[in-house]
Ligand binder design. Structure first.
Ligand SMILES: [Zn+2]
Length: 323
């Protein structure tokens, strides 16, 4: 792998025709096979775009997923999905419910991984919604404790990770946006994620975001993965100073574009962020990516942000003679 590689976190926006098709399919107005055709087309387009701009590690873009937790819940035995639940403000989502012992009917994400990896010579990441987030975002009506529920998810997600590896995934990412939900449960996060990554030969990544990093900072080195993927730009890179004092003993994927802003950052701004990251992390341990999944942006905004990220990384590599 090249030094200072580029990647993206996971989700990418769906094109308009796919958004419309999904809503039609949800109401029974479109056959699953027709929806699948559009999902494959959108995946092919995103893989093509990533190759065209020269991203090093690709994602399938999750064109077939709605919510990241609900997607896994819908494909598990022992789980149901609620009607719409209100989260913050006027945002509504469907909440997973644990109604019995959790089991996989079949591999969940492997088929899509194979499809995406079949379209490119470059590595595509296998993507799993983490056991702690699955637990934290679900109602539990079966296990009776948060710990047991998280560990039950960890067992089946370990099987999923093994299957991704067997299908050829050299990188497996565990998404844990809920990581810092409760500081007193960080030891549980470490145990649950460890149960997922145990024994894997693939490079393992943990992505988190929206967090109070101050509370979780002392746990970052304990998380049982090879690389941490962190939202850095939305908080003005303020975590860098702490890393300068307390070194990270892992690789880091460093977010250099804000996924909450419509504005595509100017190249100079992204170059400066990468330069600052390079003052703390060596190019062999540093990956450049957006803060988080780009699915809430428009297709054009997401493409703009990925383009500027790759251009800025190229400029920095040239300036430092990094290959
Ligand atoms: Zn995220």
């Amino acid at each position: 792998m090249t030094a200072l590689p580029t990647t993206s976190v996971g989700s990418l926006p769906k094109p308009d025709d796919l958004v419309k098709a999904r809503s039609k399919a949800a109401k029974g107005g479109l056959a699953p096979a027709e929806l699948r055709t559009l999902e494959e087309k959108a995946t092919r387009e995103w893989i093509g775009f990533q190759e065209q701009i020269g991203i090093d590690v690709l994602v399938d873009g999750e064109q077939y997923r709605g919510d990241m937790a609900t997607y896994f819940a819908e494909n598990l035995e022992g789980m149901a999905v609620s009607g719409l639940v209100r989260s913050y403000g006027n945002r509504y989502y469907k909440k997973p419910i644990v109604v019995g012992e959790i089991r996989r009917k079949a591999p969940i994400s492997v088929d899509w991984f194979r499809f995406a990896q079949g379209l490119t010579e470059k590595p595509v990441k296998g993507m799993i919604t983490g056991p702690y987030t699955m637990m934290d975002w679900s109602f539990d009506e079966h296990y009776g404790s948060r710990e047991e529920t998280a560990m039950a998810f960890a067992r089946i997600l370990h099987e999923e990770a093994r299957d991704l590896e067997a299908a050829g995934a050299t990188i497996v990412q565990v998404d844990e946006p809920a990581l810092s939900a409760r500081a007193d449960e960080l030891p549980l996060v470490v145990r649950a994620v460890g149960a997922v990554t145990k024994g894997l030969k693939a490079k393992t990544i943990l992505h988190t975001c929206y967090g109070n990093y101050d509370e979780i900072f002392s746990y970052l080195n304990r998380l049982p993965v090879d690389q941490l993927d962190l939202e850095m730009s939305n908080s003005g890179l303020d975590l860098l100073e702490r890393f300068a004092q307390e070194p990270l003993r892992k690789e880091i994927a460093f977010g250099v574009v804000d996924v909450h802003s419509h504005v595509v950052e100017p190249k100079e701004v992204v170059v400066e962020r990468i330069e600052r990251a390079l003052q703390v992390f060596g190019p062999q341990k540093l990956t450049i990516d957006p803060d988080c999944g780009l699915k809430t942006r428009t297709v054009d905004e997401a493409k703009g942000k990925l383009r500027v990220l790759v251009d800025a990384t190229r400029a920095v590599k040239a300036a430092h003679g990094i290959r």
